[in-house]
Design a protein around this ligand. Sequence first.
Ligand SMILES: CCCCCCCC/C=C\CCCCCCCC(=O)N[C@@H](CO[C@@H]1OC[C@@H](O)[C@H](O)[C@H]1O)[C@H](O)/C=C/CCCCCCCCCCCCC
Ligand code: UDP
Length: 396
Amino acid sequence: MESLDLTLFGLAIFLFAGWCFNWFLHVLAILYGKWKLHRPTPAVPPEDLPGISVLKPLVGVDPHLFENLESFFTLKYPAFELLFCIQDEMDGALMVVKSLCQKYPNVDAKLFLGGKKVGVNPKINNMSIGYEAAKYDLIMISDSGLKMAPDTLLDMALTLTDKVGLVHQMPYACSRKGIASHLEKVYFGSQHAKMYLCADVFRINCTTGMSCLMRKHVVEEAGGLKEFGHYLAEDYFLGQAFLDRGWRVKISSHTAMQNSGMYSISQHHNRLVRWMKLRTAMLPLTMFLEPVSQCMVMGALVSWAVTYLFDWSPLMFFLGHVLVWFLLDYLQIKVIENKPLPFSKFEYIVCWFLNELSYLALIVQSHIDSTISWRGKRFRLRWGGYVEEMHTKQTV
Ligand SMILES: CCCCCCCC/C=C\CCCCCCCC(=O)N[C@@H](CO[C@@H]1OC[C@@H](O)[C@H](O)[C@H]1O)[C@H](O)/C=C/CCCCCCCCCCCCC
Ligand SMILES: O=c1ccn([C@@H]2O[C@H](COP(=O)(O)OP(=O)(O)O)[C@@H](O)[C@H]2O)c(=O)[nH]1
């Protein structure tokens, strides 16, 4: 009996300590975000800036593709080339790129069709020819759904100092109409940003491949881009390859502005489930950490702990916990948005609860099957982050 008491006491102390650590992370993320993000970009003589090859892997067209790609043609940076990679020659994105090349004939832009099969990851396959043709040592991988501010490339290049090998942008989102867009902002501005900013402070690898600038010669030392084609989460392994070679990996002070023209709550959820599956396969520990780091789960566990330890009312404790979390998330989103929020306080309440509650269901869903669907292809995940493509049998 005594050993059971001791175990419960130890568990309650552990949960309470984890809860205190969580508040530390919350406050740290807000303060670090305030300090790190949205810094003014200094003016630098153009001759001091290295050239950059920007790889744009494209699949399909959405209503914002033209404006998103156009934002790369209007970047304020002295020397860069745009390398558009399109895997399917019939893809409508081809027309969009061609019309932008006509509109901006002075921008150094090239088109690569068909890709090259070097592994399982279709994004890597798509980018392979463009990667080989890149003429600068600095390459940037930039997903199709991003819209970039004119000075962001400059900010990223200035963050890439001597010891830094890779600079990535923390994912966030442009303001668009509707609840799905608000939900996306609430997710990326709250729990995602909290972990992302803290991971950067503690130098934990959380490289996200939607927008990252890196030194090509280091990628070559690691075996070239094709080495990362075995994984779907090529971004995490790219970041790790830089860290393993003694390079620093940093975040830019500009966030990655996702601006896909096709967005809905179910698309957002499917994407989060896909990412969770990748994280679980790569880093199995996140399978345990992720649920307990959720507001509602942590609140319920620690309510028990404080009742056991201090005889506090579990209900009052839980409600207070949720309220403080909710308010800190609001402060953090405001720091990341850095301008008036595009939604009302009521919409924030709805999206915050929707995000917190649906995320728990998504965690469960992510463990139900280990296959991943991504842009029309299906993959089976293996431990360690390896993947196999699943081919559906053709019937005649
Ligand atoms: C109390 C401590 C609790 C710690 C709990 C940790 C739980 C982790 C929960 C959330 C982490 C969110 C922040 C990381 C970003 C992850 C986003 C993601 O999963 N992206 C993956 C997919 O990206 C796309 O993949 C396809 C590619 O082609 C696209 O271009 C990509 O955008 C991506 O592959 C994964 C990247 C890295 C995941 C690392 C996760 C480790 C995070 C640990 C943070 C812990 C900080 C705590 C500090 C003490
Ligand atoms: O078969 C594919 C799937 C994706 N991509 C590219 O990979 C990037 C990321 O794709 P998506 O936005 O679907 O990934 P997510 O951010 O949702 O993980 C985009 O530029 C896509 O065009 C690609 O080139 N081929």
